[in-house]
Design a protein around this ligand. Structure first.
Ligand SMILES: NC(=O)c1ccc[n+]([C@@H]2O[C@H](COP(=O)([O-])OP(=O)(O)OC[C@H]3O[C@@H](n4cnc5c(N)ncnc54)[C@H](O)[C@@H]3O)[C@@H](O)[C@H]2O)c1
Length: 257
């Protein structure tokens, strides 16, 4: 068993599914006490129970990250249970709907901003003081390749992930004097429920056809797995990445190369 995170506390949002679930499992398998946060109560409880069943330490918190009081509650749950927060994987997100932006309802744009931007910002805002009090920490935000380049059909999502890139860079500089590092990961399509939604959104009659089109554009010719993203995020959270700050790291099979 690896022990990079022995004695460390890791907070993971979006831990009920996909990338967040893989990261919660990865960090726990390397010794972290994990606080798993998600709006899906049963599934986030399952995440924590599965970790505990393999001898790890975990706590589930059902929370809607768009609600300030829920963020305050998950931060308090972490500090009450484990005394601090060393790593924050700020990952909960939604895709919104696929389609031309001129048809996007105003409310949908606002919803994507609320989950992907404001909740991520507020999460950092409320977690960083705990890390500062504890002498430092590492924050990893989940952006996307959609935060680095055009994403026609996904304009609101793309705006939100460009914002995550901006908040990562600015927070990294502001928090560096406090020994809190902030980085972002930028995945291309990953094999998760959100990855499936992409295919269904772009080609409702034949989602597999969309996937095959994407494979043709990715040098490694496949979607990534949540575990491959988790490996990068775990590295960025770890002491192995002690001089890495304010960076954007693609995990995309070469698709932005
Ligand atoms: N899958 C991909 O292709 C891909 C690519 C690039 C970036 N991303 C990003 O990775 C992150 C994780 O996505 P995923 O692929 O694992 O998707 P997913 O849908 O499998 O998981 C997202 C999780 O976030 C949770 N969530 C959503 N809104 C929430 C809220 N208001 N409060 C609390 N939890 C909430 C969901 O319940 C779900 O468990 C997202 O930020 C996403 O934008 C995904």
């Amino acid at each position: 068993m690896q022990t990079r995170f022995q004695g460390k506390v890791a907070l993971v949002t979006g831990a009920a599914s996909g990338i967040g679930l893989a990261i919660a499992q990865r960090l726990a398998s390397e010794g972290a006490s994990v606080v798993a946060v998600d709006v899906q109560r049963d599934r986030v409880v399952e995440c924590a129970e599965a970790i505990m069943a393999t001898g790890g330490k975990a706590l589930a918190v059902q929370a809607d990250v768009t609600r300030r009081e829920d963020i305050e509650r998950y931060v308090k749950a972490a500090t009450d249970a484990y005394g601090g927060i060393d790593c924050f994987f700020n990952n909960a997100g939604i895709l919104g709907e696929v389609g031309p932006f001129i048809d996007c309802p105003d409310e949908l744009f606002d919803r994507v901003m609320a989950v992907n931007v404001k909740a991520a910002w507020l999460g950092m805002k409320l977690v960083a003081p705990v890390m500062i009090r504890g002498g430092g920490g590492a924050i990893v935000n989940t952006a996307s390749v959609a935060g680095l380049r055009a994403s026609p059909g996904l304009l609101a999502y793309s705006v939100s992930k460009h914002a995550v890139v901006g908040m990562t860079r600015s927070a990294a500089v502001e928090l560096a004097p406090h020994k809190v590092r902030v980085n972002a990961i930028c995945p291309a399509p990953i094999d998760t429920p959100m990855g499936q939604l992409l295919g269904e959104g772009f080609n409702p009659d034949n989602p597999m056809a969309f996937r095959e089109r994407m494979h043709a554009r990715i040098p490694l010719a496949r979607y990534g797995s949540a575990q491959e993203v988790a490996a990068l995020a775990a590295f960025l959270c770890s002491a192995d990445a002690s001089y890495i700050n304010g960076g954007l790291y693609t995990v995309d099979g070469g698709s932005t190369a």
